[in-house]
Ligand binder design. Structure first.
Ligand code: COA
Length: 435
């Protein structure tokens, strides 16, 4: 945790948020990290909000043990019959987001629910606006989240900045044409995979725009090394080791049997981490050549997977895509200055913000050094882009071209092609998990 993350974790709640909810007869508060009964009730609200069943003691203990790092907000209706269970939940923490050429601190948001009994009274709007003001006030350049529904967060200035691809591969059609990896694949225990994964992921994520550091508790969920993970024993783990003996890749998978044809079972690749091209080739080849497997599925892949170029029949892969990593710029100069630009140019942005946090006029001078200045009005002779903070957030990682957004009527640019060259990134952004 950085100092900023620490300060944010225990920061006071926004005064306008408190008073807006009070005016509705509601109370907002932080659930403190060592409050086990309070955390249990908060978890009950989250589970109910996401249509899950009641939590048992195993779920509660596992959650309590691994989520102290989350700033947990509850909204309470003291006039209800079970007032200890919040009618709204909201969690956030300091994360590190990878952008082209670097990383930037970001306020990650999760566990957003409002009880069906209290929906559409503006509770989410109040909590989101209040928490974003707090995060921005303390100095986070960005907020980030993954979403249950696409239609919720645009109004708060968020936009999808990294998409996810889901693959379903007909193994018999695909035929591997990729390179032979020189290393070896071995099975390891889930515990050993769990031990190796964090350092490997840290090697990979920093060069992959859109990724964040793995939130606490997630590794144990992937590897089934926490007691609340169901069917943990169905997960298998393989590692890829280079000829030099370095573990450069890890993959977790599970199998679904095809009861009509045992030789046409499905392998679901739950997570594949590859720090080198050889590890990538070695692990994917392993999955595409397993006996008794007719189908391989994998989710949260990049829109631009090398795998597509490693199979003989590209139509063997059915690929569906989805919005995934959402970004919301809170501080335009800090967010724009956090990434690298591969061309030297100067562009001005006139940014509007529905929450009034990041609006203004800014001049980005990109080159070897990056400078971003807030100015009173756009300078003459510099191409200007007029857009909302959501569209600027969509552009930041290079996941969509400004030309596309201009054609879609989502921004207005004097010279969209020039801006597109500025924001282009050599790596397609990706986020390989949900949070
Ligand atoms: C999504 C959810 C948190 C919204 O809470 P809420 O308190 O009802 O939202 P608000 O009343 O503050 O709505 C604010 C605005 O968002 C809109 N909105 C809220 N939920 C929406 C949804 N699911 N789809 C589209 N618009 C939505 C409202 O219409 C309102 O629009 P307006 O300001 O233009 O009038 C709540 O419906 C919920 O808990 N859903 C189930 C869990 C979930 O999906 N959580 C999100 C996880 S990423």
């Amino acid at each position: 945790m950085t100092e900023l993350d620490d300060t944010f974790h225990s920061a006071a709640l926004d005064a306008d948020l408190r008073s807006a909810l009070e005016a509705q007869g509601l109370r907002v508060g932080r659930v403190s990290d060592d409050d086990r009964p309070g955390t249990d009730r908060w978890l009950d609200a989250v589970a109910r909000g996401f249509l899950d069943g009641e939590r048992n003691d195993t779920h509660r203990q596992a959650f309590f043990d691994r989520t102290a790092y989350r700033r947990k907000i509850g909204v309470f209706d003291d006039s209800g019959p079970d007032a200890a269970v919040p009618v709204a939940s909201f969690a956030s923490w300091g994360a590190e987001l990878s952008v082209p050429g670097g990383t930037v601190p970001a306020c990650a948001i999760s566990s957003v629910t409002v009880a069906p009994t209290h929906r559409r009274r503006g509770i989410l709007r109040q909590v989101m606006a209040g928490e974003l003001r707090t995060a921005a006030g303390l100095g986070y350049p960005l907020a980030i989240l993954t979403v249950s529904e696409s239609g919720i967060y645009g109004r708060f200035g968020f936009a999808p900045a990294a998409h996810a691809a889901h693959w379903k591969i007909d193994v018999r059609r695909a035929r591997w044409t990729g390179p032979d990896a020189p290393g070896r694949i071995d099975f390891v225990t889930r515990e050993e995979g769990r031990r190796l994964a964090p350092a490997l992921h840290d090697r990979i994520r920093v060069t992959s725009p859109g990724e964040i550091d793995m939130p606490g508790g997630h590794w144990d969920r992937f590897y089934g090394t926490r007691p609340d993970v169901e069917k943990a024993e169905e997960r298998r783990v393989v590692q890829y080791r280079s000829p030099e003996g370095e573990v450069d890749g890890l993959a977790i998978y599970s199998i679904s049997h095809n009861h009509d044809d045992f030789a046409a079972s499905t392998v679901e690749v739950i997570q594949l981490l590859a720090a080198t091209d050889a590890a990538y080739a070695g692990l994917w080849r392993f999955f595409l050549s397993m006996d008794l497997i007719g189908t391989v599925t994998a989710g949260e892949l990049s829109l631009d997977e090398p795998l597509w170029w490693m199979i003989a029949d590209q139509r063997a892969a059915t690929i569906t895509t989805r919005d995934h990593q959402y970004l919301r710029i809170l501080d335009v100069p800090a967010a724009l200055a956090a990434r690298r630009y591969d061309v030297t140019d100067t562009v001005a942005f006139e940014v509007t913000d529905p929450l009034g946090i990041a609006s203004g006029v800014f001049v980005l001078s990109a080159g070897e050094d990056v400078g971003v200045d807030a100015v009173a009005e756009a300078p003459v002779g510099v191409p200007l882009v007029r857009l909302s903070v959501a569209e600027l957030s969509a552009l930041l990682l290079g996941g969509v071209s400004p030309v596309t957004l201009a054609k879609a009527g989502r921004l207005d640019a004097d010279e969209p092609d020039r801006v597109a060259r500025l924001f282009a990134s050599t790596t397609t952004p990706r986020l390989s998990f949900w949070y």
